[in-house]
Design a protein. Structure first.
Length: 219
């Protein structure tokens, strides 16, 4: 098989593949950032003693966790332009879909992380005169993030893999660019093998880093 493997095709395709990989990284990073911010707010809402607020947050989480991601992408690809009244492009539609979808999962991770902090820590903050916001900001959330960092990074790896679904709206990510070259040059084995190796190396590196963090935080 390696006798017929044309490495030159892969070498020539590197600039085009790199452009797609940059889009994949950018989408992953922005979706993680947006999902974390919204996830924190949702987690605090779910833990709130205000019943309507907690109910709305729980409904949001249950709704998005019950939907296939590819369906959510389709929804927002057609829904966002309709809401704003003009085309916004596939990238922004997909970014909104990924952010809102991932926020539901980050919410549950953060809720578990916040609940893992001993109640005595929050009570100590209250005894020092801290407000609820200050208690969360300086006492609870820093400890919670420490506990849930490995799980958050695992979810980030899953998101990185899921970005390949953007092909449904025509975005030229890493996988799509590889498919374009593979179809053009009729070199499917070379290009798709390269994609598999890149995904494997990146995801394995992230996974090993997560294991290191887990061992570090477990001490």
């Amino acid at each position: 098989m390696l006798e017929n493997f044309d490495f030159q095709v892969v070498i020539d395709a590197i600039p085009f593949l790199w452009e797609g990989l940059k889009l994949t990284f950018l989408l992953t990073f922005l979706a993680i950032a947006g999902g974390l911010i919204l996830g924190v707010l949702l987690a605090l809402a779910r833990l709130s003693h205000i019943k309507p607020l907690s109910f709305l947050a729980a409904s949001y989480v249950n709704f998005f966790r019950s939907m296939p991601l590819i369906l959510v992408i389709f929804w927002f690809y057609f829904l966002v332009p309709y809401i704003v009244g003009r085309p916004v492009g596939g990238f922004y539609s997909v970014l909104v879909a990924f952010t809102l979808f991932e926020a539901a999962y980050y919410c549950e991770i953060m809720r578990a992380g916040i609940q893992s902090v001993r109640k005595g820590q929050a009570q100590a903050g209250q005894a020092l005169g801290l407000t609820y916001k200050q208690n969360m900001q300086y006492v609870v959330l820093p400890q919670a993030f420490r506990n849930m960092t490995p799980i958050l990074l695992t979810q980030a790896v899953i998101l990185f893999q899921d970005t390949s679904l953007v092909y449904v709206v025509g975005l030229h990510d890493f996988l799509v660019n590889a498919e374009i070259i593979a179809s053009r040059d009729n070199r499917l084995i070379e290009l798709f093998s390269t994609v598999a190796v890149v995904y494997f190396v990146l995801c394995l590196s992230f996974s090993l880093s997560i294991r290191t963090l887990q061992r570090k935080f477990s001490v």
